[in-house]
Design a protein around this ligand. Structure first.
Ligand SMILES: C[S@@+](CC[C@H](N)C(=O)[O-])C[C@H]1O[C@@H](n2cnc3c(N)ncnc32)[C@H](O)[C@@H]1O
Length: 350
């Protein structure tokens, strides 16, 4: 008995001695692994089990992995799943061709990530910015004071009673800088949010502070898809939803002409690559967020942004309407809890 204990002690001491270079290597590699790979590695030794658990805890502490001004933690009191796995992008991007297997991003490293400054530069925007062509930007060198033409120029949707559907903001084609007041949606997630697990709806995005009506909450970021690709993926996701309860996040947005006829269809898939917006659930009563298409000067594609459509209390779930309910025999059940709940989630017939 005593010798058995001693052997165990010696083993633990040897592992501890190994912890220097060994744990430094683990620290470099583990954040790049998927949850499945992490679990497999954790089976191999006590040290790696400890290291893997630390990575998982750090992942659960910030879904945005340091790419937003504030961390967005996961909270799960209903089951043991600590976090949802996806690649994070603060703004939508075009990934072509999409080589899923090659896409990796470190997440859960012990090194404190360099949080973006108040204006984080939004690196992924560059992927969709149009260089050249006609640029209708402001000519301001600095946007300060009331004289500046950019101030109050339509940024920040949801102001007033009539929610705007499309707004313009200054962008890469403008002469102004980050301090411009007409870039309300370009500073990342500046309100405290948390992602909470619900038995029926899966992950849900909650306000972790009061948010006043009209304030920018977050973008709906993901991969811009062609309609052809969106149709293929939607079919695949629908099948997975039925067979495995898979939760997808492919949103189709239409930008309408004043005549009401659709003029531009935008497909954003946040299922594999997305941001915190991918955790916002549907509510049949329209929820507390309005969706606004923000066009930034010099950018080819608009961004889909969420603004508070009413005053939101701390601890309230954030939601919006996914769109028109279209009856489908295999439509997913809706658990929004609104008094006018239709019972079935709206789905895009692509
Ligand atoms: C954009 S994701 C929202 C986040 C999602 N709950 C998750 O766990 O990742 C859309 C998916 O969430 C679920 N969902 C959204 N709103 C729901 C609702 N009102 N009732 C039930 N499920 C909902 C559906 O599975 C839907 O396909």
């Amino acid at each position: 008995m005593a010798s058995c204990k001693r052997r165990q002690q010696v083993g633990e001491e040897a592992e501890a001695a190994d912890d220097g270079p060994f744990s430094r290597c683990a620290e470099l590699i583990l954040p790049w692994l998927t949850p499945r790979e992490l679990a497999a590695v954790a089976m191999t030794s006590a040290s790696l089990r400890r290291a893997s658990r630390s990575v998982a805890l750090r992942r659960a502490s910030d879904a945005a992995r340091g790419l937003e001004p504030l961390p967005v933690p996961f909270l799960n009191a209903v089951e043991s799943l600590p976090y949802a796995y996806f690649l994070y992008t603060p703004s939508s991007l075009v990934l072509s061709p999409p080589h899923d297997a090659l896409l990796r991003q470190p997440w859960g490293s012990s090194r404190t990530p360099a949080r973006p400054a108040a204006f984080p530069g939004r690196p992924s925007c560059e992927a969709v910015d149009m260089v050249g062509g006609v640029v209708l930007g402001c000519d301001c060198e600095r946007c300060e004071g009331d004289d500046c033409a950019c101030w109050g120029g339509g940024g920040g949707g949801g102001q007033g009673e009539e929610a705007e559907v499309v707004v313009s903001e200054c962008g890469p084609g403008c002469g102004c800088g980050p301090e411009c007041g007409n870039r309300a949606s370009q500073r990342g997630v500046e309100v405290r949010l948390k992602i909470v697990r619900d038995e029926k709806k899966g992950w849900c995005l909650f306000a972790d502070q009061a948010i006043e009506k009209g304030r920018f909450v977050c973008e709906y970021a993901g991969e811009f898809l062609t309609t052809k690709e969106a149709r293929v993926r939607q079919k695949e996701y629908d099948e997975l939803a039925l067979s495995q309860g898979f939760s997808s996040a492919l949103l189709v947005v239409r930008e309408h002409l004043p005549s009401g006829k659709a003029c531009l269809r935008i497909n954003i898939d946040a299922t594999k690559v997305g941001n915190v917006g991918r955790f916002i659930n549907h509510s049949c009563d329209g929820g507390n967020l309005s969706t606004v298409l923000v066009r930034s000067t010099g950018a080819l594609l608009p961004r889909l942004c969420f603004f508070a459509s009413k005053d939101i209390r701390e601890g309230e779930e954030l939601s919006f309407s996914y769109g028109e309910i279209r009856l489908r025999s295999n439509g997913l059940q809706c658990y929004c809890g609104a008094s006018n709940c239709f019972g079935i989630l709206p789905s895009e017939l692509t």
